[in-house]
Design a protein around this ligand. Structure first.
Ligand SMILES: Cc1ncc(COP(=O)(O)O)c(C=O)c1O
Length: 423
């Protein structure tokens, strides 16, 4: 857990200064205790159901994190042959992997590599191609239940105008095509979006999937997707995961047990977001346009969510912090600075402090000077996994903290890596 002692941010029991000295900045740090806490919350909330949790590895596919999640009995949702490869390297067996398609190519389908991996198809067109390629894998259907939700329009994945899922009107045709080819639909799936902070849309979508299930005689799984949010901003309540579990149990338990089906949930963000901190070094402080600007040695190449979605990541001075600077105990009145925080890329969009609509704004923070460390909190999901090579800045290393232990789990990229494979 994060805490501030003697003005220094600690992750687990390790001071941020020690981590920066040992590994340099920018640096991704994950707190294993927080991942375990989230795993336990999922397990507990859905314990009354016949239930198998999966992890949507797109949120963070570091081997060490996959290993932790796999060790807790989770299966794995992969969305590309590359993710399948990483999942296998992390020790997931093919029986424990679902491949969720989105406009996949024949090469993608042929690269799945093992006939036990469930192919979760996104469209009739993909069903046709699986049949032409004669892939023997179990088939699941991703359904657009017409109920979408999420923290930003780009991550709403059901409803009108999205590229995901078989429309409700096409579900029967999809079933008939699969059954006519003497194959079985073993699963139905709906993932309606990401960063969802109320249970209502999740439950409504689940209801539709349950209704549809009665037309599918060979089902083994009903996969209700991921999407559970975490509180990124001070004052935001925790997602009511126990209520979600209780309500899903109320509407699904009898049907699942009567038909010997297993419920799957495949959260990504919920398991790892809060565990992650991106630690950076302050490189500059200046006044422009009547505002204080703080520059740091990272940018949207390492954490794109603020630039891409106007997403809020809490920012703490990790070397001159106060207990009231933490998200959980934030007291804006105690903060002595009000600054814009910008990165080191060659684009005006490279700013971490924004409104949801993307407008650049100031943020209250403890007094911050060049040389200080700044921590971007709750960066464990869609942080490193969405990082890019823009401006040829190196990808940061990643470390895992567990209590007082620290382990390097990914090395910093090197300049040689930048030209590797170029001819
Ligand atoms: C099919 C599927 N499942 C699960 C997830 C995980 O979503 P979240 O991280 O919001 O739980 C995603 C995210 O995009 C997804 O596309």
């Amino acid at each position: 857990m994060l805490h501030v002692t003697d003005h220094i941010l600690h992750i687990g029991n390790v001071p941020a200064t020690e981590l920066a000295n040992a590994y340099g900045t920018p640096l991704y740090i994950y707190d294993a205790e927080i991942i375990r806490r989230q795993i336990a919350r999922v397990r507990q909330a859905f314990a009354a159901l016949p239930f198998r949790p999966f992890y949507a590895m797109k949120a963070n596919s570091a081997l060490a994190i996959l290993d932790l999640v796999r060790g807790a009995g989770f299966g794995c949702d992969a969305v590309s042959p590359g993710e399948i490869h990483i999942a296998r390297q992390a020790g997931f067996t093919p029986d424990d992997i679902w491949f969720t398609c989105s406009n996949v190519s024949d090469d993608d389908l042929l690269a799945i590599g093992d006939e036990r991996i469930v192919i979760n198809v996104n469209s009739m067109s993909e069903i046709d191609r699986i049949l032409v390629l004669d892939l023997p894998n179990p088939i699941a259907l991703r359904i657009n239940t017409d109920i979408g939700a999420g923290h930003h329009v780009d991550v709403v994945t059901a409803g009108g105008g999205v590229k995901f899922g078989i429309d409700l009107a096409e579900v029967d045709s999809a079933r008939i095509v699969v059954e006519d080819s003497r194959r079985k639909v073993v699963g139905l799936h709906a993932h309606i979006g990401s960063g969802i902070d109320t249970i209502a849309p999740l439950i409504e979508s689940a209801r539709r999937l349950l209704d549809l299930s009665t037309s599918f005689p060979n089902l083994q799984w009903l996969n209700f997707g991921g999407g559970i949010s975490v509180p990124y901003e001070p004052g935001t309540p925790e997602f009511p995961i126990d209520d979600y579990g209780a309500e899903l149990t109320r509407i699904a338990d009898r049907l699942l047990r009567a038909r010997d089906l297993t419920a799957i949930l495949e959260p990504g963000r919920y398991l790892v977001a809060e565990s992650g901190t991106l630690l950076s070094r302050v490189t500059s402080r200046r006044i422009s346009g009547g505002q204080f600007w703080i520059g740091v040695d990272t940018g949207f190449n390492h954490l794109v969510r603020p630039s891409k979605y106007g997403a809020y990541h809490h920012i703490i001075n990790a070397t001159n912090g106060s207990p009231g600077s933490l998200r959980q105990t934030f007291d804006a009145g105690q903060m002595t600075d009000e600054v814009v925080v910008a990165g080191n890329l060659c684009e005006s969009g490279d700013v971490f402090t924004r409104t949801e609509a993307g407008q650049v704004i100031t943020r209250k923070i403890d007094r911050t000077q060049p040389g200080d460390l700044l921590a971007f909190c709750d960066a464990g999901a869609y942080g490193f996994s969405m990082a890019s090579l823009y401006n040829a800045r190196l990808l940061p290393p990643e470390v895992m903290v567990d209590g007082g232990d620290v382990r390097l789990i990914r090395e910093r990229q090197t300049y040689e890596d930048l030209v590797k494979g170029m001819l």
